[in-house]
Design a protein around this ligand. Structure first.
Ligand SMILES: Cc1cc2nc3c(=O)[nH]c(=O)nc-3n(C[C@H](O)[C@H](O)[C@H](O)COP(=O)(O)OP(=O)(O)OC[C@H]3O[C@@H](n4cnc5c(N)ncnc54)[C@H](O)[C@@H]3O)c2cc1C
Length: 433
C-alpha cells in the first residue's frame, strides 16, 4: 500500500503517532517504554492479548536483570521472580558450577520468570510510561511513500471487528520477532549466511523446580550414543522445570531432526527421581527459531528500524535473546530521540529527553532517520541546522549510514555486506537457552 491510496469510505480516521512500534515482546515493550519516557507519542501494536504464552527457556542472566531494573521493574521474590546464583555447565563428562560474577556494572544474580508473566509486565510498564498499547492488532502491510519508498505507517487488522485500520508515523519500529513480516514486506528477508537456532521446550513437575543454578547441557546422550544439540533445565520455582534443547543450522542434523523424539531420548537417560516423564509433563512440547548474528540487516532502512529478534539479535554463544532484545530497544529509543540533534551539547529536542546522548549513533550514521524526525514542525529550526551539518559531514567524509551506502531501489536491500562468520568445517558454536 502507498500513502497516496484513496481513502476508504466509512473507515475510522488513521491513527497517528511520532513512532509506531510493531510487536510488544521484550524488544518492542522496552523500545516503547524509553520512547514514551522521553516524551514521544508512541503507538505499540501487538497482535496477541496479554497475558499470553511465548515459547522460551524463561532464563534471565544478570544482563537481563540489569535491563529490567533499569526500567524500574521490581524483581523481588515477593513479586514472583525466582533468583539464581549462576550457571551449571554439564559436558564432556564434567560438571562446573559458575557463579555469576560480582561486578559493579551488573547485578550478581539471574532470574527465572515465565514469558506469560514477563512480557505482560514489560508491556504494562511501557503503558505506564505513556505508550499507547493496542492489543489484538495484527500489522499486515507497511504504508510507503510513492515518491521515496519510505515507510510512513502500517495497515493492521483489529481482532475486535476484523477491520483494516491505517496507523501513521514518521518512524516505524519492527519488533515483531523472528519472522518479522513487516521487515520482509519492506524487502528485508533473513540472511542465510548467519547462524540460526531452532529449539523446543516444555515443563515437567519435578523436585528440581527450586534449583538455584541455571543448568546447561553441552552434549546430549542417548545411552552411549551422542545426540546432536544442546539442552537446558531451568527450575521455575513453582513445582516445575523448563526443559528444552536446541540445534544450530551449522549442525549436520539441522533440518532433518525430530525435536520431540530427540527431547524424549535425551530425557530417558536422566535419573528417574528427577521425574522427566510423560506423566509429569505439564505443557505441550513447542518450538521456535532463534535468529542470531544480526541475520536481518540493515537495522535501519527506509524509515524502518529493526530491534530484537526481528534484527537477529540472539547471542549465538548461549541462545540468550531477551537481554539483547531489551538492550537494543533502549539503544534504538535513545537513537530516535537524539536523531534530530545529533551534535554534542545540542540538548534534547523531545520533551523530557535526558540529553545524555547515551547509546546514540554518530552523526553521520543516521541522516535518513534524522530527516524523518526533522519534519516534525516544532523541531524544524534545530533540524535544518542538523541536516546542514549532515550534508557537510557527508561532503567531508563521504557517504555513510544505511541510506548513504545503499543506493539500490526500494525493497532491494544491499546484501554485499554479508560475510560468513564461521569458516567451513569449524565446529558449530554451542546453543544454550
Ligand atoms: C525455545 C526457546 C528458548 C529460549 N530461551 C531463552 C532464554 O531462556 N533466555 C533468553 O534470554 N532468551 C531465550 N530465547 C530467545 C528469546 O525468546 C527471544 O530472543 C526474545 O523473545 C526476543 O524478543 P523480541 O521482543 O525481539 O521478539 P518476541 O518475543 O518474539 O516478540 C515479538 C512480538 O511481536 C508480536 N507480533 C508478531 N507479529 C506481529 C504483527 N504482525 N503485528 C503485531 N504484533 C506482532 C508477537 O505477538 C510478539 O508479542 C529462547 C527462544 C526459544 C525459541
Amino acid at each position: 500500500m502507498t500513502e497516496h491510496a484513496p481513502p476508504t469510505p466509512n473507515k475510522p480516521p488513521a491513527d497517528e503517532a511520532d513512532v509506531i512500534v510493531v510487536g510488544a515482546g521484550p524488544a518492542g515493550a522496552t523500545t516503547a517504554f524509553y520512547l514514551a519516557q522521553s516524551g514521544l507519542d508512541v503507538l505499540l501494536l501487538e497482535k496477541s492479548r496479554f497475558p499470553r504464552e511465548k515459547v522460551c527457556g524463561d532464563g534471565l542472566t544478570p544482563r537481563a536483570v540489569k535491563t529490567l531494573v533499569g526500567m524500574g521493574i521490581s524483581v523481588t521474590e515477593q513479586d514472583g521472580w525466582v533468583r539464581n546464583k549462576g550457571l551449571r555447565v554439564i559436558g564432556a563428562g564434567k560438571r562446573l558450577e559458575l557463579p555469576w560474577p560480582e561486578l559493579a556494572s551488573y547485578p550478581g544474580y539471574g532470574l527465572v520468570r515465565t514469558r506469560h508473566d514477563l512480557d505482560e509486565t514489560l508491556a504494562r510498564r511501557a503503558q505506564q510510561a505513556g505508550a499507547r498499547l493496542h492489543e489484538g492488532v495484527t500489522v499486515t502491510t507497511p504504508v510507503r511513500s510513492e515518491r521515496t519508498g519510505r515507510i510512513t505507517g502500517v495497515v493492521a487488522k483489529t481482532a475486535d471487528d476484523g477491520e483494516d485500520r491505517t496507523y501513521r508515523a514518521r518512524v516505524v519500529v519492527a519488533a515483531d520477532g523472528n519472522s518479522s513480516r513487516l521487515s520482509v514486506a519492506m524487502g528485508l528477508p533473513k540472511r542465510d549466511d548467519r547462524p540460526l537456532g531452532v529449539a523446543v521446550r516444555t515443563y515437567y513437575r519435578t523436585h528440581r523446580h527450586d534449583d538455584d543454578y541455571l543448568e546447561s547441557w553441552l552434549d546430549l546422550w542417548d545411552g552411549d550414543r551422542l545426540l546432536p544439540g544442546y539442552g537446558w533445565i531451568f527450575g521455575m520455582g513453582d513445582g516445575t522445570s523448563n526443559v528444552g534443547l536446541g540445534l544450530l543450522n551449522t549442525s549436520a542434523a539441522f533440518g532433518h531432526t525430530d525435536y520431540h523424539a530427540l527431547l524424549r531420548k535425551w530425557l530417558k537417560g536422566m535419573p528417574a527421581e528427577w521425574g522427566f516423564t510423560e506423566e509429569n509433563r505439564t505443557q505441550p512440547i513447542r518450538g521456535a527459531a532463534l535468529p542470531m548474528g544480526f541475520n536481518r540487516t540493515p537495522h535501519y532502512y527506509q524509515g524502518l528500524l529493526l530491534v530484537g529478534d526481528a534484527g537477529g539479535m540472539v547471542n549465538p554463544f548461549n541462545g540468550e535473546g531477551i537481554a539483547y532484545a531489551m538492550e537494543s530497544g533502549e539503544i534504538l529509543a535513545r537513537t530516535i530521540v537524539q536523531a534530530p540533534h545529533d551534535r554534542a551539547g545540542a540538548g534534547p529536542v523531545a520533551p523530557g529527553g535526558d540529553g545524555t546522548g547515551a547509546g546514540r549513533l554518530p552523526a553521520r550514521a543516521q541522516p535518513g532517520l534524522r530527516r524523518l524526525l526533522c519534519a516534525r514542525p516544532h523541531l524544524r529550526q534545530a533540524d535544518r541546522q542538523a541536516d546542514a551539518d549532515a550534508h557537510r559531514d557527508q561532503a567531508q567524509h563521504g557517504p555513510s549510514g544505511p541510506d548513504a551506502v545503499r543506493p539500490q531501489a526500494a525493497g532491494q536491500p544491499d546484501r554485499s555486506a554479508g560475510r560468513r562468520i564461521r569458516p567451513a568445517g569449524q565446529r558449530p558454536v554451542q546453543a544454550r537457552a
